[in-house]
Design a protein around this ligand. Structure first.
Ligand code: ADP
Ligand code: MG
Length: 280
């Protein structure tokens, strides 16, 4: 069974204006399923519907049309909205919107407390979750004094504490410096290795190539869906929707123009270095 199963999802924002209601169709009928334990990256230009899709994956928004099932639960089923939210955790771009308590560990305890977990077990879960994101030593600090990257790690710990099967990250590194980005990516890859299903929305191509599947959104629709190798083998199509291709793909393409036979599966910097080193 898929952990996320989307059938013909449409989502319209309706806004009241003087001249009558204005409807924006943010998602225009997409089908998508996500397998347990997989790592999917979602990319697409601003306004292509990525965040709207993300919010439909844990019941923060409900379909205008179509069905979204998370771990088997229909997100429109009121009685199981907490099952949906627990199965699919969300991490947003700005951790300030996600941290509510004045002490780091209270923030992380918030989720399990709401799930009715016993206090002793909560203590253990909080410690484990903070350790998993390398923030244990900051457990008694106020989030106020943390850097953006540290706050984002606490936000991730708060989600981990709910023991979700799947975590949806909506541009979690967009506000961070390169070092902060690297640390978040390391945590995401580690969670994936441990079996958590990952959906990562990002505009950094070097992050997207880490996934085992890339979904490209355009104008509320899925434009491409495949392995990084498949997707980046059509650089022109990607550029046509205002997206960059990863640096290594770009370089490999230029080498091919010069007659060097670079295999199609060279997409990360490591791949390219390995390819070049065989000529040493
Ligand atoms: P992305 O995350 O890819 O940038 P979004 O899902 O945020 O895209 O937005 C998709 C479309 O929906 C855009 O046209 C955007 O302007 C519109 N939109 C997003 N949020 C709202 C909202 N709260 N009200 C009205 N329109 C919205
Ligand atoms: Mg967005």
């Amino acid at each position: 069974m898929s952990i996320i199963d989307i059938e013909n999802l449409r989502y319209d924002y309706v806004r009241a204006a003087e001249e009558g209601n204005v409807t924006v169709s943010a998602i225009r009928g997409i089908d998508l399923s996500v397998e347990p334990g997989s790592f999917t990256a979602v990319i697409g230009r601003n306004g292509s519907g990525k965040s709207t899709l993300a919010k439909n994956l844990n019941g923060l928004l409900l379909p205008t049309e179509g069905v979204v099932r998370v771990d088997g639960w229909d997100t429109r089923d009121d009685e199981h909205i907490w099952d949906v939210r627990q199965a699919a955790g969300m991490v947003f771009q700005n951790p300030d919107n996600q941290l509510v308590a004045s002490i780091v560990e209270d923030d992380v305890a918030f989720g399990p407390e709401n799930l009715g977990v016993e206090p002793e077990e909560i203590r253990e879960i909080v410690d484990q979750s903070l350790t998993a994101v390398n923030m244990y030593e900051f457990r008694e600090k106020s989030p106020h004094f943390l850097s953006g990257g540290q706050k984002q790690r606490v936000a991730i710990a708060s989600v981990i504490a709910m023991k979700p099967k799947c975590i949806i990250f909506d541009e979690p590194t967009a506000m961070l410096d390169p070092q902060g980005r690297k640390e978040i990516m390391k945590i995401i890859e580690h969670l994936h290795e441990q079996g958590t299903t990952i959906v990562l929305i990002t505009h950094f191509m070097d992050e997207a190539v880490r996934a085992d599947r890339i979904v490209i959104m355009n104008d509320g629709d899925v434009l491409m869906d495949g392995t990084p190798e498949e997707v980046f083998s059509e650089p022109a199509k990607i550029r046509s929707v205002d997206l960059d291709v990863p640096m290594a793909v770009e370089l490999a393409d230029r080498l091919r123009d010069q007659g060097v036979k670079v295999p199609k599966n060279v997409i990360t910097q490591e791949d390219l270095v390995d390819f070049i080193c065989q000529f040493k």
